[in-house]
Design a protein around this ligand. Structure first.
Ligand code: ARG
Ligand code: ZN
Length: 870
């Protein structure tokens, strides 16, 4: 069944307090809930039945105001309970049983390596007990956990208010959360856990206890997360004026987790992979990811918890805003340009593909079958771009005024994206009426830019035409309000002043389908640097020639656009190579491209991380997204040719650069050190492309001598992707032998193999699934092995015989029985069949159909598959 935003109605009943009591047992946990319920005055007259959500629960008893209700006094629904009501206020007590051990969906209460934990967002609480499981019902929670002594740590939201022993020798702890919250923010953890402890003094001088809990073996991998947490707390005070509000903040690492992490009030639960790190075991990108996710979940305390969502259509209210917040946090802690490049690359590759595919939806969807399917790049990353555009339109100060008003107005409430925009408008006295279309219209807008210079008058005219492709259920789009940041470069490479005040950058307000902007008084025809900093989530088409792109790469003051010029240049060359490949011509890499790469590599003034980003050819996935129709074979051939040609042409420069950056200083995850390692390892990997003995020797040496995982994994990757099979085999084996006890490293080891074009054949991937460390019930392992193959191994996945697609179909069908959320994500690579040329597309479609025909699918998987077959 489909749920529509237009059908939203306020809840019939409110829950003033929620008193929960758990007696933990693996197969039969007893849950007692006592709810103070009251008719919602805003819901109209009369006393309709109270309808509670409940899924896979064993109902034991229902009592109202202390009196047991006989089974005839309520109705059990397929997914809940309906209870007739005869008073506007009453106390409801329900007892039910659940089976955490049998819960492989990782939603609700489940066991992970013997530890009890919960995941309630979006609709997992209904798998714990009967409840109005919707975010606009906010309640005060008290939670008592009773457990045998092998679970010494018993945690829930808020402050601990009591603990003791039961007569039969078990232990209990009671927690009270003073802030109202919806059920999706509830959390419970019980286990034999160790903790790292620290404290933080807020701006107003309150002392907050900080604790990170893990299994004993991981206790040495919490420092980076703790440091990141303290930085995030300080940053939110400084940038948003927001302080933490409880006396304790807890983080727990869990091995089995569907997503990255969860912002439960006062008790964040993290996928182990997103919180645990040490220099020996985690790469630089893991260090950075942890910093941003720890920040993200912490920032949710305000953008999500204190102010939450009215309904799940508003998910981007908290996620888009919080991703914007975490991105700015990371940019402030590290290199701003590099962070921006990483985020935009992801958006362009994966979000643009989503926006052009069968599941395309607006940032605020109009309908869904299963909300879990809408935790998407569109809601998160494009949603963050929408918030960033508000920031660009209002300026930093105006945005802060708006966010202050938003938090002040809506603290303790469940609100909508509209409320967010309204606060921004009211605080700044601006009109964002047209801007709101970003929330309601799906698809990636395209800006076509042309220009003309009139030497006689000195006028430069820039014309912008916007359009947006049709998406499912939205044929026609109205014009968007696009902030287009730009600069104009003179022949000397300097930015020209654009107004009387001498500003060299302007933000054009694009609101019409076609608009012309005039710049007067120019003495030469300028070169436009468009969409600086990626000021809007759009595609810009402008007919740059090679020379102009080289010029921008060298001279643009906007580092993002320097990188973007390098990507456009590479894309042009790769497109030509694809055409030549299709026409059976011999392939040739343009000399200018090689020269450009050489000069980037030689430049000493650029941030090495930026150099590494500029040297990286667009990925096959990016090329596929940018293709009108995907020709997988041509993409592989073109990219491989360009990579090989660059590697052999630049050999000497790569070697010099590698040597220059190779050092044995102690590891630090500082932006400067990360930048050097990223360029050094980019060079190593290019060098190994040539497969000459010398280069592979360097990789072997680095592999053997590395003292940090970044260098070790990069070297291993080079050996696996380019070395002889025997060398690769030996390196993989010694790496495994060394790290087999470390779950996170083993995941990396899996991923490195499954995503390797050369090594990660389907046979090898199947063999990896037989490996003792592989676990079908663990999403991280599934993502590393199967996801690595489907999403990061373009070559093997697109094998011409369709075997890659069939493999995914087979895995998806099996996983759907265990964990529908994971199945519905894993199927995505075989849903984009319409974009493919020729037989591969048909093949993919047939495979998708076979998933549909395989039997009864979960709601999650059904939604994605059925929408993709239309
Ligand atoms: N709110 C979490 C976060 O973004 C993610 C929760 C995901 N839950 C889900 N059912 N998909 O930090
Ligand atoms: Zn989030």
């Amino acid at each position: 069944t489909t749920i529509y935003l237009k059908d939203y109605r306020v809840p019939d009943y409110l829950v003033d307090s929620t008193d929960l009591h758990f007696e933990l047992q693996p197969k039969a946990t007893l849950v007692k809930s006592r709810l103070k319920i009251r008719r919602n005055p805003e819901a109209g007259a009369g006393l309709p039945p109270l309808v509670l959500d409940g899924v896979e629960l064993e109902l034991l008893s229902v009592a109202i105001d202390g009196k047991l209700v006989p089974a005839s006094g309520y109705e059990e629904l397929p997914q809940g309970l309906s209870i007739p009501v005869d008073a506007p206020e009453f106390e409801l007590e329900i007892h039910n049983r659940i089976n955490p051990e049998g819960n492989t969906s990782l939603e609700g209460l489940y066991l992970s390596n013997g530890m009890y934990c919960t995941q309630c967002e979006a609709e997992g609480f209904r798998k714990i007990t009967y409840y109005p499981d919707r975010p606009d019902v906010m309640s005060r929670f008290t939670t008592t956990i009773v457990a045998p002594r092998q679970y010494p740590v018993l945690l829930s939201n808020g402050n601990e208010i009591a603990r003791g022993n039961t007569e039969d020798g078990r232990q209990f702890v009671t927690w009270e959360d003073p802030f109202v919250k919806p059920s999706y923010l509830f959390a419970l953890v019980a286990g034999d856990l160790q903790k790292v402890e620290d404290s933080y003094t807020t701006a107003s001088g309150r002392e907050v206890k900080l604790q990170i809990f893990t299994e004993a073996k991981n206790i040495g991998k919490c420092d980076h997360a703790m440091r990141s947490l303290k930085k995030a707390m300080r940053w939110d005070e400084e940038v948003y004026g927001l302080e933490y509000d409880l006396d304790i903040f807890m983080v727990v690492a869990v091995d089995h987790f569907n997503m990255g992490a969860m912002e439960n009030k006062g008790l964040n639960i993290f996928n182990s992979a997103c919180v645990l790190a040490s220099p020996e075991t985690a790469t630089d990108s893991t260090f950075q990811r942890i910093e941003s996710i720890v920040g993200h979940e912490y920032f949710h305390n305000w953008s999500g918890n204190r102010v939450t969502c009215r309904d799940w259509f508003q998910l981007s209210l908290k996620e888009g805003f919080t991703v914007f917040r975490d991105a700015e946090f990371s940019a402030d802690m590290n290199s701003r340009a590099v962070k921006r490049i990483e985020d935009v690359s992801l958006l362009r590759t994966v979000q643009f593909a989503e926006d052009a595919g069968p599941m395309a939806h607006p940032v605020r969807p109009d309908s869904y079958m299963e909300i879990s399917n809408f935790y998407t790049l569109t809601v998160y990353e494009k949603g963050a771009e929408v918030v960033r555009m508000v920031h660009t339109l209002l300026g930093g100060e105006g945005f802060r005024k708006g966010s202050d008003l938003y938090f002040e107005r809506h603290d303790g409430c469940a609100v909508t994206c509209e409320d967010f925009i309204k606060a921004m408008e009211d605080a700044n006295e601006v009109d964002l009426a047209q801007f709101r279309r970003w929330y309601s219209q799906a698809g990636t807008p395209v800006l076509e830019v042309t220009d003309a210079y009139d030497a006689a008058s000195g006028n430069y005219a820039l014309t912008v035409r916007q359009s947006c492709p049709a998406t499912p259920e939205q044929k026609e789009k109205l014009p968007f309000h696009v902030p287009l940041a730009l600069g104009l470069l003179g022949a000397d490479g300097r930015d020209l002043p654009l107004d009387a005040a001498g500003n060299t950058q302007v933000v054009l307000q694009i609101t019409e389908q076609e608009q012309t902007f005039n710049f007067a008084g120019l003495t030469e025809k300028p070169l436009p640097s468009l969409l600086r900093g990626f000021s809007a989530p759009v595609k810009v088409r402008y007919d740059y020639n090679t020379e102009q792109l080289l010029f921008l790469m060298r001279s643009d003051t906007d580092e993002f656009n320097r990188w973007d010029a390098s990507q456009r240049l590479a894309f042009m060359a790769l497109e030509q190579l694809q055409n030549d490949f299709r026409n059976g011509k011999s392939l040739q890499l343009p000399a200018e491209l090689v020269a450009a790469y050489r000069s980037i590599l030689r430049s000493q003034d650029l941030d090495p991380a930026l150099v590494a980003e500029m040297l990286a050819l667009p990925s096959e996935q990016t090329l596929a997204e940018q293709s009108e129709k995907i020709d997988a074979e041509a993409i592989m051939a073109a990219r491989r040719f360009a990579r090989d040609a660059l590697a052999s042409a630049l050999k000497e420069d790569l070697r010099t650069c590698y040597r220059r950056l190779h050092s044995d200083k102690p590891y630090s995850p500082s932006a400067a050190d990360i930048a050097e390692r990223s360029l050094k390892n980019a060079c190593l990997s290019y060098l190994c492309v040539t497969e000459d003995a010398d280069a592979l020797g360097m990789a072997r040496e680095q592999f053997e001598q590395a003292t940090n995982m970044t260098d070790s994994a990069a070297a291993l990757g080079a050996l696996v992707n380019y070395g002889e099979a025997a060398t690769a085999e030996a390196a993989l084996q010694s790496f495994y032998d060394r790290w087999q006890q470390d779950t996170q490293v083993v995941e990396l080891w899996f991923g490195l193999q499954s995503s390797s074009a050369k090594w990660g054949t389907l046979d090898r991937v199947r063999t990896l699934m037989q490996h003792p460390a592989f676990e079908q019930k663990n999403p991280n392992k599934v993502r590393a092995v199967i996801g690595g193959f489907a999403n990061r191994n373009f070559t093997q996945f697109h094998s011409a015989d369709g075997s890659g697609f069939e493999f995914i179909a087979e895995q998806v069908i099996a996983l759907d029985k265990l964990n529908p959320q994971i199945a519905a994500r894993l199927v995505i690579p075989i849903t984009r069949w319409k974009k493919y040329r020729g037989a591969l597309g048909e093949n993919m479609r047939d495979t998708l159909q076979s998933v549909m025909d395989s039997g009864k699918l979960s709601a999650d998987l059904f939604e994605v598959v059925s929408k993709s077959l239309i």
